[in-house]
Design a protein around this ligand. Structure first.
Ligand code: ADP
Ligand code: MG
Length: 247
């Protein structure tokens, strides 16, 4: 049994090393991408432009993998949880993804079913990454401009909220559904297969849940449950009174 523990320690060390390498790759990669972009803008000749285009595509792919990998290996302690207006966050992500949707002739629909302000306790940057990846997946699964993608936001109860992303795209067969959260599982030529694993890790770091339901040929629904912001009890030691602050 002590062998098992040693093996686990080795694995976590490898994980740490890999995360460190990913981190070290990020800065030089950013500068390479920047300079490649500058060269491309000054358009040299047709062939060079073509090579640069390919280079930039591949570099962006490395960048995505490094980014997703870093999100997966990030410990919970390094995330920055804040009370966040979740309606505003969802709206921003949708605005950001709209150009990609309209390239496919699609309209992203946002449906917010709540009259009250919903404040989530989340890391807004990481949650944005999750929603972007899920909408991207929905877009990639959708082939007809008549198929809809709907993002909705709802109160579940006083403690939690639901974000739902529904598409009417290809759907996923039951055998494939089992593998969705595995690392490097992808059915796409240019996929990383790290997106859903990253989403799961981030949502679990929030003490939330992510669930995917899909029917082949009909479409896919992703449900995320997240904790709402809690009202904190602030006690004053001088008066002994406690003041409740509603966040
Ligand atoms: P990637 O998008 O790079 O392939 P993901 O982890 O985001 O990696 O997704 C893994 C796989 O899950 C995809 O390759 C695809 O087969 C399947 N998948 C995810 N979301 C959807 C969806 N909305 N509709 C159909 N298939 C999906
Ligand atoms: Mg993806």
């Amino acid at each position: 049994n002590s062998m098992k523990i040693q093996e686990l320690e080795k694995l976590s060390l490898i994980g740490e090393l890999a995360a460190g390498v990913a981190h070290e790759i990020r800065n030089p990669l950013t500068s390479i991408i920047g300079f490649a972009q500058i060269i491309k803008e000054s358009s040299i000749d047709e062939a060079t432009d073509k090579y640069l285009e390919i280079m930039l595509n591949e570099l962006n792919r490395i960048s995505t993998i490094v980014n997703e990998f870093m999100c997966i290996s990030k410990p919970k302690e390094s995330m920055e949880f804040r009370n966040t207006d979740i309606k505003a966050l969802v709206s921003r992500v949708i605005e950001f993804m709209k150009p990609q949707a309209s390239l496919k002739g699609l309209n992203l629909i946002e449906f917010i079913n709540s009259d009250s302000i919903i404040t989530a306790h989340c890391d807004p940057n990481h949650l944005t990454q999750v929603l972007m990846n899920l909408i991207q997946n929905a877009l990639e699964a959708t082939t007809e401009s008549t198929q809809k993608i709907v993002v909705s936001l709802k109160n579940v109860n006083k403690d939690s909220l639901l974000i739902k992303i529904t598409d009417q795209g290809s759907g996923i067969s039951p055998e494939r559904q089992k593998r969705l959260f595995e690392p490097f599982y992808t059915t796409k030529e240019k996929g990383t297969g790290l997106g859903l694993m990253m989403c799961k890790r981030i949502i679990e770091n929030h003490n939330g849940t992510i669930e995917i339901n899909s029917q082949l040929g009909k479409g896919t629904t992703v449900r995320i449950i997240l904790p709402k912001a809690v009202s904190r009890l602030q006690s004053s030691s001088k008066t002994g009174l406690s003041v409740q602050r509603q966040l």
